[in-house]
Design a protein around this ligand. Structure first.
Ligand code: G6P
Length: 605
């Protein structure tokens, strides 16, 4: 998704801006650009290719300047062509970059056309540049404060004006923006990660904030126009965490990092304690009667998995909703429900809006399960459980998902204990299983060579069906999502018992059917479903637990998983599906870490 970097310094800032864009590349984009003030004029370079191409352009054209802004664009309004790439100029005086969507851009465009402004792009962003130009009376900060009052929608912007050579002004509403504080230089970015290497001190702007950065100052006013201080925090973990190392892609690296990420996420100590979720969690947990989980994408599937744990271990009614649906439907609020948002980034626009919607309906108790401590979701919720996946670069989520599952399992056991459904013996057993999980994961990762052999077959297919039952149905959904995201093979997942109600019509010899087959109470039912597939000529690819007695035979290919892993089995069964998607995508030669049309952090609706 779109990314912003801005800087004011006493040195040529172009390499910092381009490096910032490079660090944001993983979020997904289709064009990029940079603009600096150079000898009192804004100059820019833009590319519909990669940041490396932009880098070559700025070197070739000797683009240099002490003040500048840069952008990666993920097209919403207007195709990914050069004239729509940011920075967008207004009359060679204003240069502006924007994340988000301006909903009233059509009426603003008409108004500005009436004032003689010519529009050269199809973007909604161009109205902001012209609006600021039309209102400028010598003070960019003041102008932006006035101009944003006319914008409806979501935005984070960074803007420069040729008459203010040492100033960048930013504003945010609905899209993230952070200030990086340096020594005699200051920065703006949509994600602190962009500025790793330049600073480790960040101030996170709040909704409605407008900020001015100069060489030695940061001035912020809030949405009411009142001067505001935002705490400057040291966020050291960003540096260096984005190196690829010996792996071919970040996704592969992140799949193999899961034992470490899970170890870091499993709580220390001998007990599951409410305090793991923040101060006051015990009181909150004892007053709730249900859970409402809101999330998008892969995070939604971790919510679906958690529902099984929460209802079986903690015996607490749990509803899971896609955030973008929940936020727009009429629902019946239950003030005794705990609203749980699950998000890797903590910035996903739909999940954030769903959280605010729930709060506006009177839901007081909220919990974020999130991978980014400084994110908007963690700041907006009463309680939080932080996963420790580390920076995830691949657009397709892997280690973020399995660490979310760990956090949600800890939540289920903690609530089960408080509600009298988990005794001390069970608690110790769950803890022991969690602690053994990284070792169990290592033996699943060792299956990679067998999975590569399957991936070569899959690479020649155009469709695939995934089957799972019970606790493993959401895992089959996640497996299908991974495959379609990165290999572009159409994949669907079904609870195996539902096969006969429709998808069986699709089964022919050309349809590989991936089956998640743990040795649980539903195994015999699942075996019958597999026979239904075989009887129609479908080829089964089964990830079967060691003791399932499912064996390879004509039309049934089996990769044997280690021993059945009880309630935590979904975490183990996720990993071979990640590897299958990854190696299939490699065999098809797709851009694994940056699949077409997708973005890592979806900060627009
Ligand atoms: C995007 C990403 C997915 C992710 C989803 C939700 O679609 O490509 O990998 O699952 O957003 O993101 P979140 O940060 O809220 O978990």
């Amino acid at each position: 998704m779109c990314g912003i970097v801005g800087a004011v310094a006493q040195r040529n800032i172009v390499s910092v801006l381009v490096e910032g864009l490079r660090r944001l590349e993983y979020r997904g984009y289709d064009s990029c650009g940079v603009a600096v003030l150079s000898h009192g004029e804004p100059r820019r370079a833009r590319s519909v290719s990669r940041v490396s191409d932009l880098d070559a352009q700025v070197r070739d054209t000797h683009l240099e300047g002490f003040t500048g802004i840069a952008h990666t664009r993920w097209a919403t309004h207007g195709a990914p062509v050069t004239h729509n790439a940011h920075p967008i100029f207004s009359r060679d005086a204003v240069a502006l970059v924007h994340n988000g969507i301006i909903e009233n851009y059509e009426s603003l465009r008409e108004m500005l056309r009436g004032k003689g402004y010519e529009f050269v792009s199809q973007t909604d962003t161009e109205v902001i540049a012209h609006l600021i130009h039309s209102m400028y009376r010598g003070d960019l900060f003041q102008t932006v404060r006035e101009a944003v009052k006319q914008l409806h929608g979501a935005y984070a912007i960074a803007v420069i004006h040729k008459d203010q050579p040492h100033t960048v002004v930013g504003a945010r509403q609905g899209s993230p923006l952070v200030v990086g504080v340096g020594q005699g230089e200051n920065f703006l970015a949509s994600d602190a990660l962009a500025l790793a290497g330049s600073t480790d001190r960040f101030a996170f702007l709040e909704e409605g904030d407008v900020v001015e950065i100069t060489l030695d100052g940061v001035k912020i006013v809030d949405g009411e126009g009142v001067p505001a201080q935002r705490e400057v925090r040291v966020v050291a973990a960003y540096g260096g965490a984005v190196e690829l190392g010996p792996y071919r892609h970040f996704m592969q690296k992140e799949i193999f990092e899961q034992p470490r990420a899970i170890t870091d996420t499993i709580p220390q100590g001998d007990h599951f304690d409410a305090s793991l979720f923040g101060e006051g969690a015990a009181d909150v947990f004892s007053g709730i009667d249900s859970l409402l989980i809101l999330a998008c994408g892969t995070s939604y599937y971790s919510g679906l998995t958690a529902k099984y744990w929460l209802e079986s271990v903690a015996k607490i009614p749990t509803q899971v909703e896609i955030a973008s649906e929940y936020r727009y439907r009429e629902s019946v609020p239950n003030p005794k429900a705990l609203v749980v948002v699950i998000s890797q980034s903590g910035e996903t626009a739909d999940t954030l809006a769903a959280l605010k919607h729930a709060q506006s309906l009177g839901h007081k108790h909220t919990l974020a399960v999130c991978n980014v401590a400084t994110s908007a979701m963690v700041r907006l919720t009463e309680l939080a459980f932080l996963t420790h996946a580390g920076t995830e670069i691949g657009v397709a989520s892997t280690k973020a998902f399995t660490t979310q599952l760990v956090g949600l399992f800890v939540l289920a056991v903690t609530l089960g204990k408080l509600r009298g459904h988990v005794d001390a013996t069970q608690e110790a057993a769950y803890l022991a299983q969690l602690r053994h999980l990284p070792a169990a994961l290592n033996s699943v990762l060792a299956l990679e060579p067998q999975i590569i052999a399957w991936a070569e077959e899959f690479a020649r297919k155009e469709n695939a069906l995934f089957l799972g039952r019970g606790l493993h149905y959401p895992i089959s959904l996640e497996g299908a999502l991974k495959l379609k995201e990165i290999s572009y093979i159409h994949a669907e997942a079904y609870p195996a018992g539902e096969l006969k109600h429709g998808p069986l019509a699709l089964v022919t010899e050309a349809m590989p059917v991936v089956t998640v087959a743990p040795n649980d109470a539903l195994l015999e039912k699942l075996k019958s479903n597999m026979q239904e597939v075989r009887a129609r000529g479908g080829e089964l690819y089964v990830f079967a637990d060691a003791d399932t007695r499912i064996v390879s035979e004509d039309g049934i290919h089996v990769i044997r998983m280690p021993e059945h892993y009880g309630l935590l089995s979904p975490i183990l069964h996720t990993v071979p599906l990640q590897l299958l998607a990854y190696h299939t995508a490699c065999a098809r030669g797709t851009d694994v870490d940056k699949p077409r049309n997708l973005a890592k952090s979806v900060t627009v609706e």
